[in-house]
Write a protein that binds this ligand. Structure first.
Ligand code: AMP
Ligand code: TRP
Length: 339
């Protein structure tokens, strides 16, 4: 349910912790672009989240620029959306601390992403990785954002954001923070690995063949789809036939998301098609949609100073919204300030 007492405002972010993938593009960036112009939109490169796991300092700034270049190349327009990187707006860390004191340890212990990332190594990971969801709640609530477009894997974190807002409002007897809605819709909410349809496509998988990177050129994109794992059966006649076929379903969903259509429509276009027909068609579609974006990213990355200027201007605009909300939060909590 959407909170109607707050002005509709979108916030979302991506970590600069490796190259952008097709999962980031279809599950996040393409949808960010689609929401632009419909309501106020704020998009962040969450570099403070990235350092919850080790990042080489020589690469982090460039990775931050590359995510920004991905946003811009895909169609985000700095005159319509606020684009910035998190660490330039100190209020994120400041509100994150307040939320560390609202969120409960038991809530953090239920976060599946932490459990997956920490694995059997939970004693050795950073404290930041554990507290990550309360910084994410701060990112969102610092702007009183009402809508957060994310992929399926982030749903639990947005629900935790609602829990933090509700507990803050309850404890301090206020209605200051909104109940944010996660926006998770369309065929691309969980793009899977091209070599194993039961695993999510991610920036950090071992083999480059399991993901499409937003910077891959036409040849690489085509090769990766042609080599993608499938089962031996042809495509079914109806979508129900994809139920127990994770790899086939993934390729159909990717096609649908790239072509702005539904899996039903894709199956209706290719009923019973063999992989020898479908994979080259998918590769052609992906190249047509992605190659212009990767070319534009490369062009933007040739002028890093221009990206830095865009992020600096976006940070100023973000601060103008965030700082009054942080100050009001401090007042509610009773933290003394002299101005
Ligand atoms: P991250 O790369 O973890 O910072 O994720 C940034 C955004 O991309 C989040 O909204 C994720 O849910 C989304 N995302 C990442 N990987 C995928 C995927 N394989 N399928 C769908 N969405 C994804
Ligand atoms: N946790 C998100 C991810 O891993 C990234 C993120 C950080 C984010 N802060 C956010 C997403 C705020 C949406 C809103 O994908």
């Amino acid at each position: 349910m959407t909170d109607t007492t707050f002005t509709p405002r979108v916030f979302s972010g991506i970590k600069p912790s490796g190259g952008l993938t097709l999962g980031n593009y279809l599950g996040a960036i393409k949808r960010f672009v689609g929401m632009q112009g419909q309501m106020e939109t704020i998009y962040c490169v969450v570099d403070m989240h990235a350092i919850t796991v080790w990042q080489d300092p020589k690469e982090l700034a460039n990775m931050t620029r590359e995510v920004a270049a991905g946003y811009l190349a895909a169609g985000l327009d700095p005159s319509q959306s606020i684009l910035f990187n998190q660490s330039q707006v100190a209020a994120h860390a400041e509100l994150g601390w307040v939320f560390n004191c609202v969120a409960r340890v038991g809530w953090m212990n239920r976060m599946t992403q932490f459990k997956d990332k920490a694995g059997s190594n939970a004693e050795k990971v950073s404290l930041g990785l554990y507290a990550y969801p309360s910084l994410m709640a701060a990112d969102i609530l610092l702007y009183h954002a009402t809508h957060v477009p994310v992929g399926e894997d982030q749903k639990q974190h947005v629900e935790l954001t609602r829990d933090i807002a509700a507990k803050f409002n309850h404890d301090y007897k206020t209605d200051f923070f909104p109940m944010t809605t996660p926006v998770i819709e369309g065929p691309a909410m969980r793009i899977m690995n091209l070599r194993d349809g039961t695993k999510k496509m991610s920036k950090s998988g071992e083999s480059d063949m399991e993901r499409i990177n937003m910077t891959d050129d036409a040849d690489k994109i085509a090769k990766k789809f042609k080599k993608a794992k499938t089962d031996p059966e042809p495509l079914p006649e109806t979508v129900e036939g994809l139920a127990d076929r994770p790899e086939a379903r993934n390729l159909v969903e990717i096609y649908a998301a790239l072509d702005d259509t539904t899996p039903e429509a894709v199956i209706a276009q290719y009923p019973g098609a063999g992989w020898g027909t479908f994979k080259p068609a998918l590769a052609d579609l992906a190249v047509a949609k992605l190659a212009p974006i990767s070319e534009e990213m490369a062009r933007l990355m040739d002028d890093p100073a221009e990206i830095d200027r865009i992020l600096a201007a976006g940070s100023d605009k973000a601060r103008a919204i965030a700082e009054p909300i942080l100050k009001k939060t401090y007042d509610i909590v009773g933290l003394l300030r002299s101005s």
